[in-house]
Ligand binder design. Structure first.
Ligand code: PGA
Length: 255
């Protein structure tokens, strides 16, 4: 299985989001072997998108979740509230949230909240340009994965989705190289196995400047189970082409 995740960030109104999702759905060919598609709009657009995707194979994801359950937490959205509007997934620990102050402990708590509510977390990790230049890439990934997932038990049939997103490749001119991606992904897989977590199914996605021109090559990499797409997910033709690349790779490999 390949995963194609669209992260709309804080870019669109509800009306613009609906128009985008309608366009993406229109481009889907239900006769194809489809990758697992997960759309992550802004909180305010979740109910509209849920209505649009209800009778399709597309899944709904949030971009963030509170680190606690329901209660007096002004401005937060709990995992149970995301489930209430139809979410099945949520991003956790995106680098833009970590840059805004989210800690490794926060990420860990959010994962526990998501899993307890029945959401599948998509856990984002990745190093900054400075950390890579200082040869700290593996140390950063190890720290982020370990603090996120130590003593976390995944319910049966809930996959562990990790998105490797080197911060320097997000919204950049080009993605990381195939060698950089493969090295990070195999480290992540190795770490997850070493944590001894009860995980049936591990999928490691790549994110950072994925677009229609490079998606096929990235998705063809054996270590890559999918892509997390920001900027290019806001363009119907780009995102539809990325979904088609996922279909092409899945059909070629019969997975
Ligand atoms: P990008 O963003 O595809 O625009 O580089 C990816 C992300 O931030 O998830």
């Amino acid at each position: 299985m390949k995963y194609i995740v669209g992260n709309y960030k804080m870019q669109l109104t509800t009306r613009e989001t609906s128009a985008l999702v309608k366009g993406v759905l229109h481009g889907l060919s239900l006769d194809d072997v489809l990758p697992e598609i997960i759309l992550c709009p802004t909180f305010t657009a979740l109910p509209d998108v849920q209505k649009l995707i209800k009778k399709t194979p597309v899944n709904l994801g949030a971009q963030n979740v509170a680190s606690t359950g329901l209660g007096a937490h002004t401005g937060e959205v709990a995992a149970a509230q995301l489930v209430d509007v139809g979410c099945t997934h949520t991003l956790i620990g995106h680098s833009e949230r970590r840059a805004a102050g989210e800690s490794g402990d926060d990420v860990h708590e959010k994962i526990l909240e998501a899993l307890a509510a029945g959401l599948t977390p998509i856990i984002c990790v990745g190093e900054t340009a400075t950390e890579r230049a200082a040869d700290q890439t593996n140390a950063v990934i190890t720290r982020q994965i370990t603090s996120a997932l130590t003593d976390v038990a995944f319910p049966r049939k809930t996959p562990c989705l990790i998105a490797y997103e080197p911060v320097w490749a997000i919204g950049a001119a080009s993605p990381a190289t195939a060698a950089q991606i493969s090295e990070a992904h195999s480290l992540i897989r190795h770490l997850l196995v070493g944590l001894g977590s009860v995980i049936d199914d591990i999928a490691v996605l790549y994110g950072g400047s994925v677009d229609a021109s490079n998606a096929l090559a990235i998705l063809r990499e054996q270590e890559v189970d999918g892509v997390l797409v920001g900027g290019a997910s806001l363009k119907i033709h780009e995102f539809s082409a990325i979904i088609k690349a996922g279909t092409a790779v899945m059909t070629a490999t019969h997975v």
